[in-house]
Design a protein around this ligand. Sequence first.
Ligand SMILES: Nc1ncnc2c1ncn2[C@@H]1O[C@H](COP(=O)(O)OP(=O)(O)OP(=O)(O)O)[C@@H](O)[C@H]1O
Ligand SMILES: O=c1ccn([C@@H]2O[C@H](COP(=O)(O)O)[C@@H](O)[C@H]2O)c(=O)[nH]1
Length: 238
Amino acid sequence: MSELKFKRVLLKLSGEALAPQEGSGIDPHAANEIALHVKSVVEMGADLAIVIGGGNLWRGKIGIEVGMDQATADYMGMLATVMNSLVLMDALEHIGVTTRVQTAIQMQSVAEPYIRRRALRHIEKGRVVIFAGGTGNPYFTTDTAAALRAVEMHADILIKATKVDGIYDSDPRKNPAAKKFDTIRYIDALSMQLEVMDSTAISLCMDNKMPVLVLNLWENESLKKALSGEKVGTLVIP
Ligand SMILES: Nc1ncnc2c1ncn2[C@@H]1O[C@H](COP(=O)(O)OP(=O)(O)OP(=O)(O)O)[C@@H](O)[C@H]1O
Ligand SMILES: O=c1ccn([C@@H]2O[C@H](COP(=O)(O)O)[C@@H](O)[C@H]2O)c(=O)[nH]1
């Protein structure tokens, strides 16, 4: 087993990662592909916990835009993350990765409730823990849930895997001339209001000295490379 630069990892996946090529929803094939990436790092000896977003199904702001009460719209988003977590759980279990799903909103016939010490024990036993339901509170995002769980699980790093290969000075999907950072300071990421990760999540990581790496999961073994200490993506530093 190779030496790992980061042993315990909180992996944040965007819900979009589960969407079909066109449109929204869940493509189980996308889940299978993600599961293979996850398995490859578990086999390297990494301790892994995962938070997955809900953007492929619902985002609170969709509801807010049409006049819904924000808390209601946000709870719908949190429920969307539960569906995504279950599809990922299923894909991982199919390829022999032992998982546990814990939800921040109690639904005990579906999954375990979030219990921090229990989650830690699962991780120690080599299980991949998937944290569903965000923080359990409206007015937050799954980026913040990922930051919170990373701190609570004493992760060595929070890795945000998206479809872009790092943090740019503006959204590269909208601006083809955007420039990528190899590293960026928390404070600069905050002051530049870069939308790749929300400010609450970055602040929480900054305050708790949690390193954050943004990378493209689909790019040539980027996750494995990151855990081995190779330079990929953008690292957010003090
Ligand atoms: N400065 C920036 N650098 C890099 N990416 C950026 C930047 N600004 C905006 N983005 C966008 O942020 C996105 C990454 O966030 P992502 O889509 O993973 O959001 P999420 O809210 O975590 O997930 P979900 O799909 O579940 O809502 C990228 O697709 C990218 O287009
Ligand atoms: O702690 C949380 C996490 C999420 N939400 C709501 O869920 C959706 C989907 O999450 P993404 O991070 O956008 O993928 C989000 O838009 C919020 O509406 C939440 O309220 N609290």
